[in-house]
Design a protein around this ligand. Sequence first.
Ligand SMILES: [Fe+2]
Length: 331
Amino acid sequence: MTTPLPQALKSLSSATQLDELYPLLDQQRLTAGWHKKRASLWKSPKTQFQPMYWSYELGKVALDQAGRWMDTEFAERRNLLLFNPVGDNDYDTVRTLVAAYQMIKPGEYAKPHWHTPNALRFVLEAKPGAFSVVDGVKLPMLPGDVLLTPGGSMHSHYNESDACAYWIDILDVPLVHLLEPMFFEPSHQALQDVIDEPDEHAYWFKEADVLSHFESVQRLGQTGLQSSDAYTHALNSQAHIVTQSLNYHHFLAEQTLAIPKTTVSRIFCVASGSGEAELGGVKCLWKTGDVMALPSWTSATFKAAEPSRFFEVNDRPVLDKLGLFRQEPHS
Ligand SMILES: [Fe+2]
């Protein structure tokens, strides 16, 4: 409770020096801008988020172990959140995005629900028979594929194959937490009705198409052995998920990818191959299925030991729309 107004006015009016004002202002939930405890502006971004690396090998063992005791009835989703150890955070991977490893066992059904955050899945391991249903559209979950579940769409996942299915979820939940327009609702139906089972869909990016695109640009000589840089191409996804940019990076052996300091936060999933990385000065080795997080204003270099491929999700569209994209000037 603040001090009643007449008493506050009397106290303020009777102050005899500047220092006496501060506690009185504090009682009224006012801070003197010249006397605040923390700076509110600084010269350049100073994120507390750390560059991070997670091993799929470890994540898979952990999911398999959890699967011994926990089913999709108990938990709506069997997933492991890749959190950044900043403060008491145990959810966000980077400031605006969260990534998780998820697994469903043969015969399981991850129940339908919808939420305002946008989501996508990057499939690591699955046999034919694993599906996502998005607004009634049944889409196969095959290794290397990307499936979108835009905010507001009812979605569920199920597995009719004889093998566990593993994928990486990436959502903009932390951005929605910051801006606060969170809505979530489980379906009143246990199973989602299927109204379509198409061969192609705007929410479905097939690995085969990604590979054939890369092969065609190589044939045309637009990239290849003569370059030391990995080849990058963007997926055409922003009509459906406006907050995220999705990129593939194709490496030939010994090729590198250099990410400069920008205001963009990024998550990299290793689609295939192996190599080494330096994330903001932190070195790591990566291989298929691993995930790396690169906070804003942090540079990185990746070098492939063999032909390799990354799937990257970043928040650049948000920064562009808000006029907040910046890149460190080249020296
Ligand atoms: Fe969901």
